[in-house]
Ligand binder design. Sequence first.
Ligand SMILES: O=C(CO)COP(=O)(O)O
Length: 156
Amino acid sequence: MNTIDKPIAARKRIALVAHDNRKQGLIAWCDKHRGVLEQHQLLGTGTTGTQIEASTGMPVEKLFSGPMGGDQQLGAKICQGDVDILIFFWDPFEPMPHDPDVKALLRIAAVWNIPVACNASTADMMIHSTLMSQSFAREVPDYQGYLAARTGEITV
Ligand SMILES: O=C(CO)COP(=O)(O)O
C-alpha cells in the first residue's frame, strides 16, 4: 500500500471510549488531564461521552452507544479523517456482544495510522508528548491511488 502524508493538526479531535468496567478509569484519567484535553475537541461513544461530560463538565460530541453502532460510527469518522486520536479503554476480561465492532474499530485505527491508547499508561505517555500541542506528520494510505489502480485508471 502506498502512503501519503496527512498531518495531524495541533488542535486534535480526541475520541474517548470505555467499556463499562473501565469507565471510571477513563473518567478519572480525563479529570487528571483536563488541562490538556480542554485544548482539544472531544468526542465519544454514547454512554462514555455522556458520563465524561457529566463528570468533568467538558463538552463531548456523543455518538451512538457502542453496542448500538457507536464503534462503527467512530470507525467511519476515522476513515473520513475526522478523528485524530483514539483513547479506548476496552475491557480485557469480559466478552462483549459487539466484539466484532470493537475489533473493526481497532483495525481501522491501525489502517489510518492514528495514535491509539488502550490503557492509562499509554494514554499518559501520549498526553505528555510534545506532539499533543503541535501539528505532526503522519502517513496514511494513498486512497486515491489505491482506488485509481483498482479501477484501472493507472497502470503500475
Ligand atoms: O461499547 C463501547 C465501546 O465498544 C462503548 O459504548 P458506550 O460508551 O455507549 O458504553
